[in-house]
Design a protein. Structure first.
Length: 238
């Protein structure tokens, strides 16, 4: 039986992926800050889940918690990071920016450093991160969120380079969703909003194929291609 850890499994894509993995012969370690929600998931099939409650911003305890969870699982083949926050911040409220950076940069980096070093030690493993298509360009209404997602995209690219240089079986997958029907989908004019179930199935298939970069749903790859090509003088007026 394969072993996986999902960071941020209390709701949304993390919860959906936990259920998909458990249905497909994985022993799954689930984490999050809301213990009661983790308990609810575990109660569905106690034999297939192990829980560890902590917040991704608690960087001083992340390494200890992940080591404990890995020991309870008896190893780890796959780590999925599905924990992140993003808010509209048109007034540049620093507290909103600070919380975004603490989660999407500091917590993210702490988890990824632990995971990559663990996989390096065992010479194999699969690291999957739910980043965002928002990392492609900046946005005047969510400056810190888009910036932190750009950080994640570039960090993951660096880890892929490291894995290839080491010539180890370490795979790094960057999942870049568009709009998914979760609490993360904010703002007006949302379109192509996918259900959590549909997005989860596409992500799971991409994990099996060990793809490097995945847009969810697939049509968002078209939007990403367009965004990269829009000249600055046009994009700045959008």
């Amino acid at each position: 039986m394969k072993k996986a850890i999902i960071i941020g499994a209390t709701s949304g894509l993390g919860k959906e992926l936990a259920k998909l993995l458990a249905k497909n012969d994985y022993l799954v370690g689930i984490t999050g800050r809301r213990t009661e929600l983790l308990n609810n998931i575990e109660a569905e099939n106690p034999k297939l889940y192990r829980i560890k409650s902590f917040d991704i911003t608690e960087i001083e305890i992340i390494e200890t918690k992940l080591n404990e969870l890995t020991a309870e699982l008896g190893g780890i083949d796959l780590l999925i990071l599905s924990s992140g926050i993003g808010n509209i911040n048109t007034d540049l409220d620093f507290e909103i920016d600070k919380k975004t950076i603490e989660t999407n940069v500091l917590g993210f980096t702490c988890v990824l450093d632990w995971a990559f070093n663990h996989f390096k030690k065992q010479q194999h493993g699969h690291l999957v991160v739910i980043s965002s298509i928002a990392g492609i360009r900046g946005n005047k209404n969510s400056t810190s969120y888009n910036a932190t997602k750009a950080y994640q995209i570039n960090y993951l690219e660096g880890l892929r380079q490291k894995a290839k240089q080491l010539k180890m079986k370490i795979n790094v997958t960057d999942i870049r969703p568009g709009f998914i029907n979760t609490d993360m989908a904010k703002g007006d004019g949302l379109f192509w909003v996918a259900s959590v179930e549909k997005a989860g199935k596409q992500i799971y298939k991409s994990i099996l194929k060990k793809k490097e970069i995945v847009y969810v749903t697939k049509r968002w790859g078209i939007i990403a291609s367009i965004l990269k090509r829009i000249p600055n003088f046009i994009y700045d007026k959008m």
